[in-house]
Design a protein around this ligand. Structure first.
Ligand code: PEP
Ligand code: CO
Length: 447
């Protein structure tokens, strides 16, 4: 392969980039970004690689969760805190119920860019450039709003920095202390069946902590009880942005994309000769790739060769997103091929993106039953091939939105209009997310 540099993706075919109207303005924004401080540090990315190596070895489980697309308009301490609460709750359920350490990674603090299946859409009879995420354009249905604006690259960086600052404060500053386990149960969740089930676990954790203290164990000295390692991730889509935040680590002399701990390549941009895989091949962060039902085993092995040439556990996560109907038949041959190739990947399940459909009222939605069905199909496929079911990757929010159908509270098509606030794909609400964690814990226990 030719020499890799942060800029070398530019000589490859590149999909899904916006048509920025003003090259000069774009260059100015990228120049500013390249002088700004890193958002994450190489040592942290290495820490996540070590944790993912545990997942690859079947000794831990990955929980990757957050918005489909973060929004410039939904940016409050409360909404970030509530998202964290639900992820921490899910992690407790998985750790306690599944009996494995859980590696926590948010789709957060940088998850702004969206790949789209068509560059245009028709809204109320008007043909408009498609919304590509707030890092590119605005979602309002006007030509003006949809024009790509490079100053948004810097706005996205700033929002990511502030979000990450809050995430660090919440996870290291007492909020994620295991003694707060009851506090993560939000009021509207606590009254539900899932919330009460969670409350029971929280009570048992309390008792276990009191028991250990009574045995003379110094709980204060156990950092793991008081802090949580929480990592950030997003789809590395807008390569100019990723390039500008890619820096050489002074300790190792190697490149890291400092925009997030983990970067992934989406289903629409994983062409073997394309710019996205090439870019990710040169950064030392842990990386991931989405794998859809049309993937060919030999191409997937080539993808692994590009992203993980040294066959290092923790380097590469493959996120299966096949659809509930197909996962059990399509996934096993892919897993067999990857195993034969000797790449020690993490296999995670995204049960969302293969199960999206448009409701009669025109809302993009997913049914909770399909989400659960894809997860159990994923576990069955893993069992059939002797692969460790390494994790789940979900789109969720801490709010009580009505975006995905079904679940214990039975959201129906008519309810979608009530609280449908996502800027892109439909997310699980807090109760559906917690419910999902209980089901996954059960599958882990059975396995
Ligand atoms: C996403 O994760 O939001 C996404 C667009 O996924 P995929 O690339 O799998 O379609
Ligand atoms: Co999505």
């Amino acid at each position: 392969m030719n020499e890799w540099a942060p800029t070398s993706w530019r000589s490859r075919p590149v999909e899904q980039q916006p048509e920025w109207p003003d090259d000069h303005a774009l260059e100015q924004s990228l120049k500013v970004l390249s002088t700004l401080p890193p958002l994450v540090f190489a040592g942290e990315a290495r820490g996540l690689r070590r944790s993912l190596a545990e997942v690859a070895g079947g000794r831990a489980f990955l929980l990757q969760a957050g918005d489909c697309a973060e929004s410039f308009y939904d940016f409050t301490a409360d909404s970030i805190r509530d998202k964290l609460k639900v992820i921490l709750q899910m992690a407790v359920v998985l750790t306690y119920g599944g009996g494995v350490p859980v590696v926590k990674v948010g789709r957060i603090a940088g998850q702004f860019a969206k790949p789209r299946s068509s560059p245009y859409e028709v809204v109320a009879g008007e043909r408009l450039p498609v919304f590509r995420g707030h890092i590119v354009n605005d979602d309002a249905p006007t030509v003006e709003a949809r024009r790509p604006d490079p100053s948004r690259l810097i706005a996205a960086y700033n929002q990511s920095a502030a979000t990450l600052n809050l995430v660090r404060a919440f996870t290291k500053g007492g909020f994620a202390d295991l003694s707060q386990v009851h506090m993560w149960n939000q009021q509207f969740v606590a009254s539900s069946r899932e919330g009460q089930r969670y409350e029971a676990i929280a009570g048992e954790i309390d008792r276990a902590l009191r028991f250990m203290a009574a045995c003379g164990i110094d709980l204060q000295a156990e950092v793991g009880l008081h802090q949580v390692d929480f990592y950030t991730s997003h789809e590395a889509l807008i390569l100019g942005y990723e390039e500008a935040l890619t820096r050489k680590d002074s300790l190792t002399g190697t490149w890291y994309d400092t925009s997030a701990h983990l970067l992934w390549c989406g289903e629409r941009t994983r062409q073997l000769d394309g710019a996205h895989l090439h870019f990710l091949s040169g950064v030392n962060n842990p990386v991931a790739a989405k794998v859809g039902a049309e993937a060919k085993p030999e191409d997937l092995v080539s993808l692994c060769d590009i992203l993980d040439p040294d066959r290092e556990p923790g380097r590469l996560t493959l996120i299966s997103r096949m659809g509930a109907k197909r996962v059990e038949t399509v996934l096993p041959p892919l897993q067999e091929a990857v195993r034969r190739s000797g790449h020690p990947v993490v296999w995670a399940c995204d049960p969302m993106h293969g199960n999206t459909f448009v409701s009669e009222s025109g809302r993009k939605t997913r049914h909770f039953d399909d989400v659960l069905k894809e997860i159990s199909g994923f576990f069955s496929a893993c069992a059939a091939t002797g692969t460790w079911p390494g994790g789940v990757h979900v789109e969720l929010t801490g709010d009580s939105v009505t975006e995905c159908l079904g679940g214990a509270e039975e959201i129906f098509e008519d309810d979608l209009e009530l609280r449908y606030t996502t800027t892109c794909d439909p997310r699980l609400n807090a109760r559906q997310s917690l419910d999902l964690a209980f089901r996954v814990a059960e599958l882990l226990r059975r396995g």
